[in-house]
Design a protein around this ligand. Structure first.
Ligand code: GDP
Length: 439
């Protein structure tokens, strides 16, 4: 996400890094590059100009701070401006009310239904009882899609396939939620391929009838500048409360994220980075700015890990590590937990300095497949006691998993290194050994 913008901004800033001080001339050149990077990423021209003018003013105003390296200082200035541009503070979704009603609006294909499922899961994890309501009366497939997602995340879906009146379905759905004691209702509506009057009238009528606590506008970030225009049209009509940016996992240039907030003056509340139900993040402007500048986003990484890792499992593994019994079964189960965290490349991008380093590397969840296949081809005894894996067993495992002996060897070596490390950590914790220090 934002890889191009990120790399161009870094190049622009690097030109200042080698220079001892900030001058009118080098700032002008750098700022011009920053503006170009923003516009290449689809940031609206006016927005790009406004923000770079501010950056320039700030940078020149700080000429006297000679103790700080100009490049570093500029990173800070750009970071603060980007954060401000994206809204400053993180804004939460409003779930007051009994039940709270969240209306989901946006064009067809923007990712509304997928997001509705994700939001349902997110709210359910927060401990509230959720109901999904399917109000797309034009595409029968949309109802089925929502039902599949509802089942996946364990949330009930209210639908009336024969009813062709979106307003009455929404009202009935909320009535049903009240009766069943649901605390939050998410209403997924119909979209069209482009903005049209009938669609706007329908969603406005639904809004009028159900008086939602929160209206979220879902927009596909791959649509670039169009995303900004669509957001404006929907906002003029619905006065929505927040924006959901989807498909940020693709090669979206990301400029929409930077411009929408500025143009419609409504906060981005969520970003969606994949088709899996877990690929949803709350939007933190400052963390996003850090990511764009390659400063990493360790906080989001930690949060994701906390969500994906189940505490009991963590405790179980910890115990095994303490008893030097970590096995290939445990390794496999940890891999599954890591995979639940979502797109690996995006995760790596959250580690400071890694974003740029991995941008051209092909890392996907599929990279784990050979490892998984190798472990699956081992017998339970081998997984538990890898020491018994002799050359003939290795050959069998390689054949069974469709990999090479070399790959099996590599995995076994990595696993042994991991176990060695764990044994060492245990000794350090028990006070039998000092942490080795670097020479
Ligand atoms: P709707 O018509 O607005 O309800 O859109 P859908 O939820 O049906 O999404 C349209 C397509 O985009 C589907 O194929 C989804 O799987 C896909 N999609 C939705 N969100 C994301 C996302 O964040 N990343 C990616 N890569 N695909 C997404």
């Amino acid at each position: 996400m934002f890889e191009n913008l990120s790399s161009k901004l870094n190049t622009a800033i690097r030109t200042l890094k080698g220079q001892g001080r900030i001058t009118d001339v080098n700032v002008a050149a750098t700022v011009k590059e920053i503006r170009k990077a923003l516009m290449d990423a689809d940031v609206n021209y006016k927005v790009a100009k406004e923000i770079t003018d501010k950056i320039k003013e700030e940078a020149l105003g700080q000429k006297i701070l000679i103790a700080v390296e100009p490049g570093q200082m500029l990173v800070k200035i750009v970071h603060d401006e980007l954060t401000g541009l994206m809204g400053g503070e993180k804004k939460d979704i409003n779930l007051k009310g009994d039940p709270a009603v969240v209306l989901i609006a946006g064009l067809q294909g923007s990712g509304k239904t997928t997001f509705s499922g994700k939001l349902a899961q997110h709210i359910k994890k927060g401990g509230r009882n959720v109901l999904l309501v399917a109000c797309d009366i034009y595409r029968p497939a949309a109802i089925d899609q929502l039902k599949v997602l509802g089942e996946q995340v364990g949330v009930e879906v209210y639908a009336e396939p024969e009813n062709k009146n979106a307003v009455s379905i929404a009202q009935n759905g909320i009535e049903y939620a009240r009766k069943m004691g649901k605390k939050v209702v998410i209403v997924d509506t119909a979209g069209r391929l482009a903005v049209d009057e009938a669609m706007m009238n329908e969603i406005a009528a639904v809004k009028e009838a159900i008086k939602p606590t929160e209206i979220l506008f879902v927009v596909d970030s791959m649509t670039g500048q169009d995303a900004v225009n669509t957001a404006k049209t929907f906002n003029d009509r619905l006065n929505f409360d927040g924006v959901v940016l989807t498909k940020l996992d693709g090669d979206a240039r990301g400029g929409a994220a930077l411009s929408i907030r500025h143009v419609v003056e409504k906060p981005i509340k969520f970003i969606s980075t994949g088709e899996k139900m877990e690929a949803l993040d709350q939007f933190y402007p400052d963390r996003m700015a850090s990511r764009i500048l390659g400063m990493g986003d360790v906080l989001s990484l930690v949060e994701k890990a906390q969500q994906a890792f189940d505490e009991e499992e963590a405790e179980r593994i910890n115990k095994k590590i303490r008893q030097n019994q970590f096995s290939f079964d445990d390794f496999y189960s940890q891999l599954q937990q890591i995979k639940k965290m979502g797109n690996i490349k995006d995760l790596m991008g959250m580690i400071p300095g890694m974003g740029q380093a991995v941008k051209d590397v092909d890392i996907s969840n599929d990279s784990f497949k050979p490892i998984e296949a190798i472990i699956q081809s081992m017998t339970p005894a081998e997984r538990k006691k890898p020491d018994i894996i002799d050359p003939s067993r290795k050959k069998r495992i390689a054949t069974g998993s469709g990999t090479s002996i070399q790959q099996v060897n590599n995995l076994m070596k990595q696993f042994e290194d991991m176990r060695k490390m764990m044994r060492m950590m245990n000794k350090v914790q028990d006070g039998k050994m000092k942490m080795p220090t670097l020479p």
